[in-house]
Design a protein around this ligand. Structure first.
Ligand SMILES: C[S@@+](CC[C@H](N)C(=O)[O-])C[C@H]1O[C@@H](n2cnc3c(N)ncnc32)[C@H](O)[C@@H]1O
Length: 213
């Protein structure tokens, strides 16, 4: 697999090196709940859930949550948070590039999993996201804005891999997806200490509606 391996992610969880982790659910998740993008009773998929603060918040809100991660350490942490909160969700250890769910989802809450995958995998992953959603389902995507200096010389560096809006548009083209008009909300990303000069990067909040086939 191009880019980070399952072992890379598992080591991060074993060593507690989780610079992307806010220690709480993202403020954008709360905004999308308040706006009605995410509602009780919906089947919500959280790919690359990490420790799962958002899994807990979605379950608490009354969604039927399925969370997937390639790192067992992520799922163990998520199970612990759910237990502490007295909540439940379906937790699955799998590589999202291989995983085949037996159902379609009303919403996918995609918080910085796409940017964790090497760009060689983006087209395949975007196709999976389309397949996982029911017609008229919505992809709530937090696209990391973390352009690195090496990009000026054509270097592909990450994770996180910067999600240029033009690349996102190519992955989720209008016609297959309905795009709201910009400007889009920008959410402060957690500090990224492994990226000198990139503390203060942001996530672009996009809600894309899957068209009918
Ligand atoms: C940057 S972290 C984000 C975690 C969480 N969404 C958050 O915002 O706190 C990326 C997550 O994606 C998971 N991941 C990376 N590649 C994956 C893959 N191919 N299949 C499933 N999970 C993957 C990692 O284990 C990690 O938990």
């Amino acid at each position: 697999m191009a880019g980070p391996t399952a072992e890379f992610w598992q080591q991060h969880f074993e060593q507690g090196r989780l610079p992307w982790d806010r220690g709480a659910a993202s403020p954008q998740l709360k905004a999308w709940i308040e706006e009605g993008v995410l509602r009780p009773g919906q089947r919500v998929l959280v790919p690359g859930c990490g420790r799962g603060w958002e899994v807990v918040a979605l379950a608490a809100m009354g969604a039927q949550v399925t969370a997937v991660d390639i790192a067992p350490g992520a799922l163990a942490a998520c199970a612990g948070l759910l237990k502490d909160a007295g909540l439940s969700a379906t937790l699955i250890e799998a590589d999202l590039l291989q995983w085949q769910p037996g159902e379609r989802f009303d919403r996918v809450y995609e918080q910085t999993c796409l940017c964790a995958l090497h760009p060689d995998l983006w087209v395949r992953y975007a196709q999976r996201l389309h397949e996982w959603l029911a017609p008229d389902g919505q992809l709530a995507l937090l696209a990391v804005q973390a352009l690195r200096p090496g990009a000026q010389e054509g270097r592909v560096e990450g994770p996180p891999y910067h999600l240029d809006i033009n690349a996102v548009r190519a992955l989720f083209p209008a016609g297959r997806w309905q795009w709201p008009r910009p400007p889009y909300a920008r959410v402060q990303a957690p500090q990224l200490p492994q990226l000198p000069g990139h503390a203060g990067s942001a996530e672009l909040a996009l809600v894309l509606t899957r068209g009918t086939d």
